[in-house]
Design a protein around this ligand. Structure first.
Ligand SMILES: [Zn+2]
Length: 494
């Protein structure tokens, strides 16, 4: 909420005097496909998550309910028609129409303020708006209706993405549709012309301006793992004989293992060679990689990694100021300078790679949306476990979607009731800890009072029993505890 984007939105909303005094709620969206079971056939789900811009980044990143599951998007089975243009168009249309339909109920409240009860019990006017969208590159292309290998934010040509270019925007695309044919805008601007993005159905929303930065897929999995680490391997194979290259790579593996065990990263190494490392392990690899390749590769490669890591770690900070943005830009310029080495040794033929190019937009995006660690796809990936993977495991696997939705509903209700109980002071400790406390007190009373537990003592204990124990039915407690007779005797009293 500290970014320029919010202030710009508020300026536009403020033109209507009816909206004065309203609270602005930017809706943050994120969607990502996930596979739940590889062993029993690939069951793929396409969950969509929602959050709001009014909570802090740290709250959104925590494993709480600031990010909620709102829909499972359809994933039409492609089969033999996968390459059929008609089928591809249908799939794109289904995606955009689905999202548009999901948010139809909020459309009116995007222009006319709606009265809503807040968590503190007060009623306020609210105005909604579609906010940043968290997605990996494949989805960004689908969302912005661009051809693969083009940039979703700027009009730079796919053959030279890092060249200076104008930003994409809704108005420009619409003007192109009037002036040019579909084939021309496909070739020259990388726009898929047969479909319009879902954001066009909503006020003030332009999908090209809402694509958020994404540290996990763009920088860590993309540039670091898929580009730079691969290039180092290629470099070693080009410059050395096959055996020598293998020997050096084995040595790099050994060094990674040694450094990792020193720095407490041993869990990443159990039973795995460096070549199988994927996904989140790349974060751990980033920490040890420079020390592992030092001496085996020229200085310029080490410097490329150094400047890239500098960029990553600056972008991951919680607080980013203007001077930090200058450092970020500086690191990027040095990265551009040193990475040229890979071209001179003919390891990389081009740097026109969309994920690597996205680094160019980070400074601008941080101005727009604030620190990027609050809008990262690592949050949606974490949420997959609780909202999709575990509910799938708990289901009977037959037509699991309905069961998974029900599980999610129940989890939400449990979380809400837990919050409510906590607010009423009813969740201090657990039922068991309360019962054990009482037990301990009871045994100490027994020591003092050899006559056993009198009726009065029992009544006293009942009064002192924390309320957490009293919210569970007597039968439940009796069933749950087949323990010592003194405990069950006391619970009967309670
Ligand atoms: Zn771009």
């Amino acid at each position: 909420m500290s970014g320029d984007w919010v202030w710009d939105q508020v300026d536009i909303i403020g033109r209507d005097p009816e909206t004065y005094g309203s609270t602005f709620i930017p809706i943050i969206l994120g969607s990502d496909k996930t596979t739940v079971s590889v062993a029993m056939g690939n069951h793929e789900y396409y969950p969509m998550y929602m959050s709001i811009g009014n909570v802090r980044n740290s709250v959104r990143r925590a494993h709480g309910d600031a990010l909620v599951l709102i829909a499972f998007l359809a994933t039409p089975k492609s089969g033999e028609h996968a390459s059929d243009p008609m089928f591809q168009k249908f799939r794109r249309q289904l995606f955009h129409t689905s999202i548009s339909t999901i948010f139809t109920s909020l459309k009116l409240a995007m222009t006319k303020p709606e009265v809503v009860r807040f968590g503190d019990g007060f009623y306020r006017h609210m105005i909604y708006s579609l906010g940043p969208y968290i997605a990996d590159y494949e989805e960004q292309a689908l969302l912005t209706c661009i051809v693969r290998c083009w940039c979703p934010r700027c009009l730079a040509h796919r053959s030279n993405l890092d060249a200076d270019a104008l930003c994409r925007c809704k108005e420009f695309t619409e003007a192109l549709f009037e002036e040019r044919t579909l084939a021309e805008i496909w070739d020259e601007y990388g726009i898929v012309g047969d479909i319009v993005p879902f954001t066009n159905d909503f006020p003030r929303a332009d999908i090209h301006k809402l694509i958020s930065p994404d540290l996990l897929h763009q920088l860590i999995k993309g540039v670091f793992k898929d580009h730079l680490v691969d290039w180092v391997e290629k470099y070693l194979r080009i410059t050395h004989s096959k055996q020598e290259a293998e020997r050096i790579m084995d040595d790099i593996d050994c060094r990674i293992a040694a450094i990792a065990s020193f720095s407490g990263l041993r869990r990443f190494l159990q039973g795995r060679g460096f070549k199988q490392w994927t996904g989140d392990d790349s974060k751990a690899l980033m920490k040890v990689y420079i020390a592992a390749i030092e001496g085996h590769v020229p200085c310029d490669i080490v410097r490329t990694f150094r400047t890239f890591l500098e960029f990553c770690y600056i972008a991951r900070r919680n607080v980013i100021t203007e001077s930090v943005l200058e450092e970020l830009n500086d690191a990027l310029q040095w990265f551009y300078h040193y990475r040229e080495f890979f071209k001179t040794v003919e390891v990389a033929t081009t740097f026109s790679l969309p994920r690597q190019h996205s680094m160019k937009h980070y400074v601008e995006l941080i101005w727009q949306f604030g620190a990027p660690n609050g809008l990262c796809s690592s949050m949606t990936e974490n949420k997959h476990i609780r909202a999709v993977k575990k509910p799938y495991r708990w289901s009977n696997k037959y037509k699991a979607l309905g069961q998974m939705i029900l599980t999610n509903q129940r989890l939400d209700k449990l979380a809400a009731s837990r919050a409510d109980f906590t607010a009423h002071g009813m969740m201090n400790g657990t039922c068991l800890s309360a019962a054990l406390d009482v037990c301990a007190r009871l045994s100490s009373t027994n020591e003092h009072n050899t006559g056993g537990v009198s009726r009065e003592d029992g009544d006293e204990d009942k009064a002192e029993l924390p309320r957490s124990a009293s919210i569970v039915g007597d039968n439940d407690l009796a069933e749950a505890n087949d323990g010592p007779t003194s405990l069950s005797a006391h619970l009967e009293l309670a």
